[in-house]
Design a protein around this ligand. Structure first.
Ligand SMILES: C[S@@+](CC[C@H](N)C(=O)[O-])C[C@H]1O[C@@H](n2cnc3c(N)ncnc32)[C@H](O)[C@@H]1O
Length: 179
């Protein structure tokens, strides 16, 4: 087993835990089974969690009392979050073990990322796990990376984690830090 080169979600959690100093408000942009949300809830004072599948929202709703569940698409984030956020996690794609037809989409993922960068605090971190083993994931990879590569370098630091000795379908983790 590898310790660092592991699951991209775990890597994201470790980076967030270590580098986000101000742990007030976090957003889980894709609640799913709630693993990322549990992590965020354990270290941030308040967490907003978005999810389009009603059943996933209902399953989580009473689990942690510092989590606000929003049964809506994350591209509407600015309608629900009216404060600065210190961290936002995207775990894109479809729910493991769920309906593969219900997946995040390049267009709405990108719109959400653009809006969230405005909400992010100074030294706040955005973590994006991209699963490029399916068609929509490939589309997300190309359109999200193209957008992030062109962010102004005096305002944002963008780092890509990619396993270069594995399949070109292996998951990617992108970390964006706002100056
Ligand atoms: C890879 S799963 C997330 C895994 C989750 N973070 C966890 O810890 O279990 C992706 C989730 O995003 C949800 N989703 C798809 N499109 C969405 C959207 N536009 N807004 C919010 N959630 C969305 C899917 O229903 C699915 O549950």
């Amino acid at each position: 087993m590898f310790k660092y080169v592991s699951d991209v979600s775990i890597l994201a959690h470790n980076i967030i835990n270590e580098y986000v100093e101000n742990k007030n408000v976090a957003v889980d942009a894709t609640l799913g089974n709630g693993y990322d949300c549990d992590f965020l809830s354990s270290c941030f004072k308040k967490v907003y969690a978005f999810e389009i599948q009603k059943e996933a929202c209902e399953k989580y709703i009473d689990k942690n009392n510092n989590v606000i569940i929003i049964n809506e698409s994350h591209h509407k984030i600015d309608e629900f979050v009216n404060e600065e956020i210190n961290c936002i996690c995207y775990n894109l794609g479809y729910l493991p073990g769920g309906n593969k037809e219900i997946t995040t989409l390049a267009e709405t993922s990108l719109k959400s990322i653009q809006l969230s960068l405005n909400l992010l605090s100074s030294n706040g971190i955005m973590a994006i796990a991209i699963y490029r083993g399916h068609n929509e994931g490939k589309e997300e990879e190309s359109c999200i990376l193209q957008y992030l590569r062109n962010l102004p370098k005096n305002k944002f630091g963008v780092m890509l984690h990619e396993c270069i000795n594995r399949s070109d379908k292996s998951p990617l983790l992108v970390i964006v830090e706002k100056k």
